[in-house]
Design a protein. Structure first.
Length: 252
């Protein structure tokens, strides 16, 4: 069984390890034995545990799951040339990872919040010879998409990385709208959840424009509601949201 070495024992490391534990041996490198033991308990299978200080990454397949601000610090205490580093660090360039950690290969990955329920939309880019392995490893927490440049992964961060927050705003606002018209809060929330659940399935196979046309009859209720969204510039605001998030990603 191949070993995957996690550096960092936080939420993202645990989500990915949950997806990989059946098919891989898990090794976790952290700052405290206590946290490594808690990680092992949460994972529910036995793992190799190691402390970060003086850890040697030589020829390891590493899943880097610390915070973006920790790269310089950990590169001073880790040694050895990893075979490949799969990094989940937001806004941290392949170049920065290469310069600091000096691995033989790097793949940058961008999971999203749904990793915790195994439904992440994860984008990937980096050394192309590791594309297949990256898709397999990150496929353990949901869907993957390989992109051909870091510019594209920064744009995709503004779509799938930040997307849960955009959709949460829509979800809350629509439920609030129903409450404003007199629906009980519990009912409004249950209906909103059902709406998003069903929509999540439909959008896999049907183009959004066709979904909209399918529900909008001439002069009907949807046309009236949809008109209010157009008046509120929702479409332009969504386009602008991705633009602003992308700009921010390039500034980090
Ligand atoms: N959560 C998400 O939805 C999401 C989505 C996309 C990308 N990411 C990326 O995933 C990465 C990890 O996020 P997370 O949610 O797993 O965070 P987390 O739960 O806070 O875990 C952070 C990890 O970094 C370690 N760490 C913190 N400071 C350190 C230092 N100075 N030296 C060495 N290790 C240090 C922590 O160690 P201790 O346990 O010892 O403190 C912990 O293992 C981030 O880079 C983030 O950009 C997260």
């Amino acid at each position: 069984m191949k070993t995957i070495t996690f550096i960092g024992n936080g939420n993202m490391a645990l989500s990915i390890a949950q997806g990989l534990k059946k098919n891989y041996k898990i090794e976790v490198v952290g700052r405290s034995l206590d946290k490594l033991n808690k990680f092992e308990n949460a994972l529910g299978v036995s793992i190799e545990k190691a402390l970060m200080k003086d850890y040697n990454m030589e020829d390891k397949t590493v899943m880097l799951c610390v915070k973006p601000a920790n790269v310089e610090e950990i590169s001073k205490i880790l040694s050895g040339k990893a075979k490949v580093i799969y990094s989940v660090l937001a806004g941290t360039s392949v170049e920065k990872l290469r310069q600091n950690l000096k691995p033989a290969a790097v793949v940058r990955t961008m999971p999203n919040l749904a990793a915790s329920v195994n439904r992440s939309m994860t984008t990937l880019t980096g050394d192309i010879e590791f594309q297949k392995e990256a898709e397999e490893l990150l496929g353990a927490i949901g869907t993957t998409r390989w992109l051909s440049s870091e510019k594209e992964i920064d744009i995709a961060t503004g779509l799938a990385g930040s997307g849960p927050a955009y959709l949460a705003l829509m979800a809350e606002a629509l439920a609030d709208g129903a409450v404003k018209q007199g629906l009980k809060r519990d009912d409004a929330m249950a209906i909103m959840r059902g709406l998003f659940g069903g929509f999540g399935e439909l959008i896999q196979d049907i183009h959004p424009a066709l979904l909209k046309d399918g529900v909008m009859s001439p002069g009907g209720t949807t046309a009236a509601g949809y008109g209010a969204l157009e008046d509120g510039n929702v479409r332009a605001s969504c386009i602008d949201a991705v633009a602003k998030a992308y700009k921010k990603a390039t500034e980090l």
